[in-house]
Design a protein around this ligand. Sequence first.
Ligand SMILES: Cc1ncc(COP(=O)(O)O)c(C=O)c1O
Length: 369
Amino acid sequence: MNFSNKISDLEENHLLRSRRIAKSPQGTVMKIDNQDVVNFCSNDYLSLANHAKIKEALIEGVEKYGAGSGASHLVSGHSDSHKLLEEALAEFTGQESALLFSSGYSANLGIFSALRDEIKWSIQDKLNHASLIDGCRLIGLPIQRYHHNNLESLANKFKKQSGSGLVVTDNVFSMDGDRANISGISKIIDSSNTMLMQDDAHGFGVFDPIIPERSIYMATLGKAAGVMGAFVSGDKDFIEFLIQKSRPYTYTTALPPVLCHAIQMSLEMIKHGEQREKLFKNIKFFRSMASQLGLSFEQSDSAIQPLIIGSSLKALLISNRLFKEGFFVSAIRPPTVPPNSARLRFTLSADHTFEQIESLLEKVNNAMA
Ligand SMILES: Cc1ncc(COP(=O)(O)O)c(C=O)c1O
């Protein structure tokens, strides 16, 4: 248990993670480590985290509900604010019911935890989020992965399974920005003892959800929705089963109801579509400017735009240089991404301006030369 040696090892391999300190609210322009920067590494895709309407809803919600929920959902922590938001999320996703969790991480563990005695196997896309892999580990299932976004590889693995199981995929892949072929996956696994589970953390609020019948949908509320938390939606019986059997749902304090009140406003703004349109214009502008400059970004039509660098050291050096020049872009290194695929992960938000994007990409181009 020599932690100091372990930390030195990480440092030597350029894998030590550190935390920069924000002294302003989340947004496209921030003060971080005492420096003014344009922020290109937030998941606040619709620029709602510091939006005036969400803040007004929070203030109103505090007056109505106070600060904390005070207890877990199954004791005295479940309020009408939770109930109303669950109903609104079920309607928005076209499902019979929805269930709130405190975070996407706990929602994913929560689904696996409930299915412990129901499934015998789970097959996952190779690039699925860590929380989905951890969910599998939690219930002692072996990690079986198919090649990223490869339906043939999925079909090959699928035909070798027997008994009930779960096929699991991110919808928008968090470190790559590309999207799963949900309809294609659903056709392959069309059998009564297999369910599809999709994690739409980075698609919710940005793309219209595609949710095949009898499948499990999980999305987060701390990214495009700008607040915090997550929900699972699906058939009424499945959601009721989660309430009964999901340990990460049962044994934790409920989200503060004031947050649910604010998320109702996020949902209204998502439905209205204005922020989403601004985001899509920015994605289009970013991609066309990057291609004019000859920068080889990965194929992605989402808010996540990765530029693979390979070496962790080089990714870190470019990220630090951009930071000094006033642009915050995170260097993503293993184990978050596969070995030798360290990258700069650019994320776009509705409130970025074309000038900010243009100036960023010119700096990136110089740094890559
Ligand atoms: C694909 C995916 N799923 C789940 C999560 C976890 O969500 P949360 O941050 O709400 O715990 C994340 C977080 O980044 C994610 O990228």
